[in-house]
Design a protein around this ligand. Structure first.
Ligand code: SF4
Ligand code: SF4
Length: 267
């Protein structure tokens, strides 16, 4: 390639930002932009609104901000979708949305939430999630993972002639948000950043996923699912509490404590 359209500084947070600054990554990217090798310099971001404010104040040349934004994380204390988005807008930056469907989690909804969307007699669960994100001002792009041609066709169908959520649809999303807030699910996005560094080979996001499923559908039996997920790997109780996972987790999850709860619940 002769140039990059968008060159994003990966996974910026307060800590990574210091490393990038120390090696003059931003200055280097801006130089490459002047040379025409990069068209636009941006960042992908996982941290608090205050941390983003600091980065955009120090480097006003940043042209776009990619953030995790979906209706479940909108008011989440850790992800802070709304506050982070508002900070990007305050600095006049176009926003690129990642995780609009929360890694696919907003496709398979709890029964109670599913009934609310079913009552609209309209689009799919993914369409409500993506349209929720795309309906905000300054949204430049919504990145949705798609694993089948059907998903791609469906996404194109409602984004080609985009309509923001109607008042009725927005009210339905608010009801679903409330259901998620009252369930106490583990907000793991299954990015799997933590998995390779775990000395005990614990499939952390897979175990959180089983734990969440148990919270969502408590009547089902998850003994087999837990055994399957841990076969030939570490179990939650194998955690030696080294903390490597927590240092890398973009969601800042208290993985060690959560694994204790998983062990108690499943072992
Ligand atoms: S704290 Fe536990 S789960 Fe996390 S990396 Fe260490 S051993 Fe693995
Ligand atoms: S625990 Fe954190 S790092 Fe690991 S998969 Fe979940 S969100 Fe990603």
């Amino acid at each position: 390639m002769e140039y990059f359209d968008f060159y994003l500084m990966h996974a910026q947070n307060a800590k990574n930002f210091q490393k990038y600054k120390a090696c003059r990554a931003y200055e280097t990217a801006f130089e490459l932009k002047k040379e025409g090798k990069i068209r636009h310099v941006g960042i992908s971001f996982h941290d608090t609104a205050e941390a983003l404010d600091r980065i955009l104040t120090e480097y006003p040349e940043i042209e776009a901000v990619q953030i995790q934004f979906n209706y479940v994380d909108y008011e989440d204390a850790v992800v802070q979708s709304r506050r982070v988005y508002e900070t990007a807008v305050k600095h006049g930056k176009p926003v690129i949305v990642m995780e609009p469907v929360k890694g696919g989690k907003l496709v398979d909804l709890p029964e109670e939430a599913q009934k609310i969307f079913d009552s609209l007699h309209g689009g799919s669960n993914a369409s409500y999630a993506i349209r929720f994100a795309a309906g905000f001002e300054n949204m430049m792009m919504v990145l949705s993972g798609m694993s089948t041609i059907e998903q791609l066709r469906e996404n194109v169908s409602f984004m080609a002639d985009f309509q923001p959520l109607s008042d009725t649809e927005r009210a339905a999303v608010e009801q679903v948000q409330h259901i998620f807030r009252s369930q106490g699910l583990i907000p793991c996005t299954a990015c799997r950043y933590c998995v390779d560094g775990c000395p005990m080979q614990i499939p952390i996001p897979d175990l959180f996923s089983v734990a969440n499923a148990k919270k969502q559908f408590p009547k089902s039996d998850y003994t087999g699912a837990y055994a399957f997920r841990t076969k030939g790997k570490g179990k939650a109780s194998d955690c030696i509490k080294c903390g490597a996972c927590e240092r890398i987790c973009p969601q800042k999850l208290p993985v060690r404590k959560l694994l204790e709860e998983v062990a108690e619940s499943f072992e």
